[in-house]
Design a protein around this ligand. Structure first.
Ligand code: TYD
Ligand code: MG
Length: 461
């Protein structure tokens, strides 16, 4: 009897029910019931005691160093985000929008890992023939990966686990967590209950059998992984692939990583033969910034320990009718509204009756106040139809009084700009002047108005 094995448990109060309902009858919360297996039905899962060797307390000083062996994935940027490679027996969730390149990345990763040991690639999304087609496109059929990566087109979690336990691969790829189902649950594939229960079972495989498991998770429209909270605390690492699907650049970011820093990002480029590393990530987001155009300004943002130069583009146009629009792509809309207000009040650039658009080139999304100045100058530049001289980079946070503030890693950003051939950096006044970067003139501006004068020339009158 299927029915007796699952209950709908309220995530707010913990009460359980036999059937799904929109509202919990016990506490009144809405949409909180999640189908959950009654664990008595599978005692093996519940009663397994932890290995004896781990259970004795050890003095802090005697703990052995976390010297985790790592399996290189073979894609440098991905290894970097993982913290130096894939940890054996770890559970990694890879999220991203449909079509962003999750299957591509994981098939390439499977090929890379297969140099260290066999990989099982379980897919409920595609047929074996489709995977083969992709592998051919990625040039993976002829190499060693052709034999070392085995493909299983299967959507039953139990059968995937059975195969993995029989084959004992170094790593298991599951594409995707939303397509594989647990038989004992009634809920459809992709429901929170299904996703959570299957993730639990993959975790048992990872920890119990020492098989690294890479789970693909689709991100919903609102940008969250399905069943997000329940999955994120379960897994060892959460990687997300970001970028503009119509463009080529992809950012791989760790939003959680038990075996490394969550600071690092990887930059990859989608091409004819899959995802490949970008020769110089720092300049990947510069766009086709060859000549100086009004509305285009280069800023520098920090992603982890890495400085990325990025082209900010802005456009303003008189509003036809109704409320003026403010559209931010890759930037925080609230921050854009604030900059528009500061430009009006502190720099005499009134955009109150203009539609305002601002975006970052290359599909980059950054929530970095250090880009404020580049955005503000781009807006002023398009408003006054004056270009900023090529070779200029602008780096500062802007306060409500129109003052420029320093940002973290300012020197690193300036140094990177100098390395990429920029000749002029507009920055906030230094508290203590650090070592100058050769080849770049550093201009300190105290206020937005001063920075605009420097970038666009003083206003007439
Ligand atoms: P895919 O990996 O299937 O995305 P996801 O699994 O996240 O849904 O691939 C997404 C896109 O990448 C698809 O539109 C085709 C494109 N693509 C390339 O441009 N080059 C390639 O070599 C491959 C395999 C895919
Ligand atoms: Mg896919």
């Amino acid at each position: 009897m299927k029915r007796s094995q699952s209950r709908y448990v309220c995530q707010a109060c913990g009460d359980s029910f036999l059937r799904w309902e929109g509202q919990c009858r016990a506490c009144g919360a809405w949409n909180t019931l999640v189908e959950t297996l009654v664990r008595e039905a599978s005692p093996a899962v519940h009663r397994r005691s932890p290995p004896a060797s781990n259970s004795a307390p050890v003095p802090l000083a005697n703990l052995s160093e976390a010297d985790v062996a790592r399996i290189p994935v073979g894609i440098g940027e991905l290894d970097r985000v993982l913290g130096g490679g894939l940890v054996p027996g770890s559970l990694v969730l890879v999220g991203g929008e449909p079509g962003i390149g999750k299957s591509t990345l994981l098939l390439q990763a499977a090929a890379g890992i297969s140099r260290a040991g066999p990989v099982l690639y379980a897919t409920g999304e595609e047929s074996g023939a489709q995977v083969r087609l992709r592998a051919a496109r990625l040039g993976l059929l002829d190499g060693a990966a052709g034999a070392a990566v085995t493909v299983l087109a299967e959507s039953s979690v139990a059968r995937i686990l059975e195969s993995a336990r029989a084959a004992r691969p170094t790593a298991l790829v599951v594409d995707s967590i939303q397509t594989a189902t647990v038989d004992e649950l009634e809920g459809p594939a992709g429901s929170v209950g299904q996703v959570r229960e299957s993730a639990l079972r993959y975790m048992e495989l990872a920890k119990g059998d020492g098989i690294a498991v890479l789970l693909v998770g689709h991100v919903t429209k609102e940008g969250s992984l399905a069943g997000p909270k329940t999955l994120e605390h379960l897994v060892d690492a959460v990687l997300s692939i970001e970028g503009d699907r119509s463009g080529a650049l992809r950012l791989v970011r760790a939003t959680k990583n038990r075996f490394g820093s969550t600071e690092e990002v990887g930059v990859l480029e989608m091409g004819e033969a899959g995802l490949r590393e970008v020769p110089d990530p720092a300049r990947a987001f510069l766009g086709e910034h060859a000549s100086a155009e009004p509305g285009s300004v280069v800023g520098a943002t920090l992603e982890g320990s890495r400085a990325l130069l990025v082209e900010v583009q802005a456009l303003v146009a008189p509003t036809g009718y109704g409320t003026p629009r403010r559209t931010a792509i890759g930037l925080d809309p609230g921050r854009l509204a604030l900059l528009v207000a500061v430009l009006g009040r502190r720099a005499g650039i009134g955009l109150g009756s203009h539609d305002v658009y601002a975006n970052l080139a290359g599909g980059l999304a950054a929530d970095d106040p250090g880009l404020d100045l580049a955005v503000a100058i781009a807006l002023a530049s398009t408003f006054r139809d004056l270009p900023v001289a090529a070779g200029t980079v602008a780096i500062a946070e802007i306060g409500l009084l129109g003052e420029l503030r320093s940002v973290s890693g300012l020197e690193r950003r300036v140094r990177e700009a100098a390395r990429l051939g920029f000749t002029r950096a507009i920055v906030p006044p230094a508290r203590a002047s650090g070592p100058a970067s050769p080849g770049i003139t550093v201009v300190a501006a105290r206020t937005l108005r001063e920075a605009l004068d420097d970038a666009l020339g003083p206003r007439d009158g």
